[in-house]
Design a protein around this ligand. Structure first.
Ligand SMILES: NC(=O)c1ccc[n+]([C@@H]2O[C@H](COP(=O)([O-])OP(=O)(O)OC[C@H]3O[C@@H](n4cnc5c(N)ncnc54)[C@H](OP(=O)(O)O)[C@@H]3O)[C@@H](O)[C@H]2O)c1
Length: 205
């Protein structure tokens, strides 16, 4: 598939690459081995959240480097900033995006390429079952506008003020070890639980 994409993009001048594609196989907190269809969940998560981003970067970056100009925006997640027990497959894949982006930025900054890693909390989309927007949950349009306004100012961002404050509060109130401990007591896992439409769909597949 990537060879076909590469062939079709040949000769095109691409200034901005947004690696947005991503999937969350189970929205509800699920222990690793309890995921139904675990083999498929692993392969889907890795190929969708990680492999696609690396391959698209390999394909598009060379002509940016040649012109000494380009912007790559990679969608990670707050879930990639620390391990999220009961969601480790998604969380780890987004951690990969964060590390890859930061490393890539360091490697190519001097060659005129900006790499930005965007790490949202909750945005109302299909992935989050179009949850109601409020001061914590942004609409997709509002979030995209705010996040794009940060381009050129920061190469690693929560994308908007509300999410930056939530991320800061999480770090302050629930540092990594406390967060993981609360998950092990199932306190946080229950907090994140939601009525399940999407997971039921995945179980049936
Ligand atoms: N929404 C949030 O709260 C949130 C929070 C943190 C990070 N993120 C990240 O933000 C990015 C965008 O997510 P979103 O909320 O907009 O999710 P979404 O509504 O589910 O959209 C995901 C996008 O990825 C595409 N996609 C998913 N699985 C695919 C597959 N197997 N093959 C090809 N395309 C596939 C979808 O294509 P189709 O439209 O064709 O289905 C869609 O364009 C993702 O990387 C996600 O991890 C989202």
């Amino acid at each position: 598939m990537y060879q076909a994409i590469e062939d079709n993009l040949k000769g095109m001048e691409i200034g901005i690459l947004v690696n947005n594609v991503g999937m969350l196989v189970f929205f509800n907190p699920t222990r690793f081995l309890d995921m139904p269809n675990i083999d498929k969940a692993i392969m889907d998560t890795i190929s969708c959240n990680m492999l696609s981003l690396v391959q698209m970067t390999r394909i598009v970056l060379p002509q940016m480097v040649e012109r000494k100009k380009g912007l790559v925006i990679n969608l990670s997640s707050e879930a990639g900033s620390r391990p999220y027990p009961m969601g480790i497959l998604y969380s780890s894949s987004k951690g990969f995006v964060d590390f890859f982006s930061r490393g890539l930025h360091a490697e190519y900054k001097s060659l005129g390429i900006t790499v930005q890693c965007v790490m949202p909390l909750f945005v109302s989309t299909d992935m989050t079952q179009n949850m109601k927007t409020n001061i914590f949950v942004k609409s997709a349009n509002d979030y995209a506008r705010d996040a794009l306004n940060t381009v050129g100012y920061t190469n690693r961002t929560s994308g908007c003020l509300s999410h930056a404050l939530q991320s800061y509060a999480l770090d302050l109130l629930l540092p990594g070890p406390v967060f993981e401990f609360l998950f092990s007591l199932k306190i946080l896992a229950n907090f994140f639980k939601r009525p399940q439409k999407k997971d039921e769909k995945n179980k049936k597949k």
